[in-house]
Design a protein around this ligand. Structure first.
Ligand code: ADP
Ligand code: MG
Length: 332
């Protein structure tokens, strides 16, 4: 994958709010990132920081009370947010597909797997019933369920199998971007590992780009090329995956790492929780949103919002928004 290829996805200043009795809660605030064809980007952060809101915004699957209040989602140069309903339906599943944590529960309980998969294929592609069924069989083989399960109903399958079926549906139209939102969190670790290994093989074979959302940083680092860290609706750091683990710069990222088990055994950290709670997104504090939980916070942190900038002594692609590192006046 050439590093300088045009981005497949270019998200610019995406802002999403939820309308609530307490006013607008801005869950995603001016978030920007790009994804190149075939690249795997991880998105991490504590629960409630806005990961799923981004995942749902990309194929425009957000429902009320969510409102996209700003920004652009350029897919192949076209803004997904500008498309009318008909156009967005052809983008969904064909260009951008989504697998979420409880996708297995979203399968229709009264339809056999074959119908659920062929329905997706035939609403987008003009193919015969026989051809669609053959493709459904191939998909079930591909995700490790096996075509002999085509006639099964969801309740006849284990949770892991149902999640694999949801992945098969997401891959049915050979999308160029697959958004995985905690795709295996509901499963036990062995099944989780099997499914992720298989997803990686499929990604290598089919070449789709992936936005992989997880709260598990160690897991993400294994499966992704780069990782973006979110805190309270903002991206606060991002870097190639291994440097991010080894040389995390933002105190929030370091706190997340200290709070996660060290699977590789390379960090001396003892497992400890991250103290405190994120700020109220209906009324976020001025300055750095992490300041109230940060042991390094100064007056500057509480007054001025830091911007994402390259770090001294790091790869240029490693950026963090933190006043501990030089912040140029007027930089963006
Ligand atoms: P994550 O996936 O990182 O756990 P979400 O994107 O689900 O986070 O949620 C981000 C924030 O958006 C939450 O902290 C909450 O304040 C708000 N939010 C999410 N869903 C709703 C909803 N249906 N109504 C109101 N607010 C919501
Ligand atoms: Mg979520």
């Amino acid at each position: 994958m050439p590093a300088d290829s045009e981005p497949l996805l270019d998200v610019r200043d995406l802002t999403v709010a939820y309308e609530s009795e307490r006013g607008m809660v801005t869950a995603v605030d001016r978030v920007s990132f790009t994804l190149r064809p075939g690249e795997i980007l991880g998105l991490a952060g504590e629960s409630g920081c806005g990961k799923s809101t981004i995942a749902l915004a990309l194929p425009r699957l957000l429902r009320s009370p969510a409102v996209i209040t700003g920004g652009q989602v350029l897919f192949d140069g076209k803004d997904v947010l500008d498309l009318d309903d008909r156009a967005i339906r052809s983008v969904r599943w064909r260009d951008i597909s989504l697998v979420f944590q409880n996708a297995m529960n979203a399968l229709n309980p009264v339809l056999r797997l074959s119908s659920q998969i062929t329905d997706v294929i035939r609403t987008h592609d003009k193919v015969s019933a026989g051809e669609a069924r053959a493709r459904a069989g191939e998909l079930l083989d591909m995700v490790g369920i096996g075509r002999d399960r085509l006639s099964s109903y969801p309740h006849q399958l284990s949770g892991g199998m149902r999640q694999r079926a949801a992945i098969a549906i997401a891959l049915a139209l050979r999308p160029r971007l697959v958004v995985l939102d905690e795709p295996t969190t509901a499963l036990d670790v062995v099944v989780q590992r099997e499914i992720l290994d298989e997803l990686r093989l499929l990604q290598g074979r089919l070449g789709f780009a992936v936005l992989f959302v997880s709260h598990d940083l160690e897991l993400l680092a294994e499966f992704t090329d780069r990782i973006a860290i979110m805190y309270a609706g903002r991206i606060v750091e991002w870097a190639p995956s291994l440097p991010l683990l080894d040389r995390a710069a933002h105190p929030y990222t370091r706190g997340l790492l200290a709070a996660s088990p060290d699977l590789r055994g390379t960090r001396a950290a003892t497992r400890q929780g991250l103290p405190g709670t994120p700020p109220d997104l209906a009324d976020p504090p001025p300055g750095c949103r992490f300041a109230q939980r940060c042991e390094h916070a100064t007056e500057v942190c509480r007054g001025t919002e830091p911007v994402l900038l390259p770090l001294p002594d790091a790869a240029p692609s490693h950026v963090a928004a933190c006043h501990l590192y030089p912040q140029e006046v007027g930089a963006r």
